[in-house]
Design a protein. Sequence first.
Length: 339
Amino acid sequence: MSSTDGQTIRTPNELLGAARVMTEPSLRAVVGELPEPLRHMGGYHFGWWDSEGTPTAASSGKSIRAALFFAAASACGAAPQSLATAAAAIELVHNFTLLHDDVMDRDRTRRGRETVWSLWGIPDAILLGDAMHAAAGKCLVTSPRTAIGLVRLEDAVIELCRGQQEDCAFESIPPANGEEYSRMAMGKTGALMGAACALGAELADGDQHVVAAMDTFGRQVGVSFQIVDDLIGIWGDPAVTGKPVGNDLVNRKQTMPIVVALRSGTPAGTRLQKLYELPRALTPEEVSLAAELVEESGGRRAAQELAERLLAQALAALPGELATTDLITLAGVVAHRDR
């Protein structure tokens, strides 16, 4: 932590760590009230204990959405600690989507551990996600301006579901274009990050101009986050990400680097299209080849450049008085992360 011009500058780890510290008591309280075995599975998902119930120090996630919420509220003059339950609601919604996403993508690992569905089955994972969604609403009931918070968060969930549906549909339709990808990513990831920032401003009594600016900022950050996630999904280090590399290629996803590659008109893009059209699962060697073809066709570079442009647009959306060091730092985390 350092200071310049009287403004404290916190590192990304300090901001994310503070968000986790402020939200965890509410998260533990809400999950602790779930009936068994949902409580047990919920605590496992958050990394509080292992599958047998023994306490662990496993990762509970990055808490980027909660950190953005706190930073937005703080930028509007609120004391972040007073809004911890609303931040917990945002994290519960995010984690409910992760539980369902793991089922839809057939991912067996998350944060370096087995996913809930791979341990307890698909029905239990879906039901735990549903319970977390409902629990998020209970958190907001104890927050100021309950109706506004509930409506904004549920609108984001509806938009998120639309984006997720499009993401799944991209596995079985002709190559998507950049506009279709951006719409999907705005729903799947941008909507909830936008809601986190806008809700922070609303609960801090920001006016509608400020709330709208925060929503735009969060949405642009969210799409940038999704593109970086796409890059990590192909070229990330499994030891860092906690997930096997290449799953997007195995599942024939159309993430941004892949969309660029498939529509590039290059020989590498054509070869990638033929791999995607194979009527069988790709071998590990073919997955590695696919990653090489995406890079050769310019998909990796184009996605990196787009993520940076979206980050710049997000920062430009903030009026000068709202462009706090915390928000700027968190935006940077999105585009320059490895997990």
